[in-house]
Write a protein that binds this ligand. Sequence first.
Ligand code: ZN
Length: 300
Amino acid sequence: MKSKMAFKRFDAELDTDVCDPYNNAELTLTLRMGFRQINPSGGAAEGTYHDYGKATAPTRKIIKWTDASWKTWKKNFVQSAESFWHGKFWLINDAGAFSFTKSGETYYPNVWCRFKLIGNDASDGSNHHTIDVVRLHPSESWFGSHESLYDSKDTNLTRKNTDSKGKSVMQRAHVHEVGHLLGLDHVDVGKPHCPASGDTNAGACYGIADDDMKAVMGSGMQLRAENAYPWRESLRYFALADLLKATLNPYSYFISPQLLQAPVASLTAVWPAKMQRHYPRTAAEVQAGKMITTRPNRKP
Ligand SMILES: [Zn+2]
């Protein structure tokens, strides 16, 4: 079965047709970004633009986009951000959802998290997000970007911070920005030095401890299991729909519907994320809490 749901930030598709004793269900989040060129005024080859697009902020030199530079920049953005987020998480089926029977054995597939990024022009009506992009003059090394205003160098690996050992913490800003578009907050949001009700763009929210600083939702490039949140949240809706259907069938879920009706609150709640492949499990394996990471001796 393939089912689709449209969310505010992205579309989601769950495919259980691919399931067998070796292959998990697949959940694909599709994000459509619309990019819009910002060019020097009056059709000039060079000009200036304010940091953050704010009239009171300093200006940086910008140059006019060409068809070729625009195409190349967009392609690089889309391919590198997609491959960063695609295929990194497996959601563990503790719910007992989406079961199927093969050779007399009932299996519970886990869910592989896929990601598709589509780069459109801003005029496309189907975009989830629209982003303005300035093309920086080669002499400029920094520009004040924000969530809907990027610069052409945001795809470059850049030093963002220094850890406690004096080592540079590097990041390609666009993969961090795509994390925000998927609904992720900065790594330290919710900690005492970065209260969720305060300014979550404050420096401390990007991580104080080295490990946090190096996280992709901090100043680095490291993915964490908690970054699977957008997939877990989407899957909750598919699982709930499946569960409500399942009450008509003889097979039963391992959990109550209430657990799926509340937002994903913690890493250990339903559909915990792992960053390693885990094979579909039998009911006995689920109940024993077994995680199957090596190819099991099964007849498919
Ligand atoms: Zn950010």
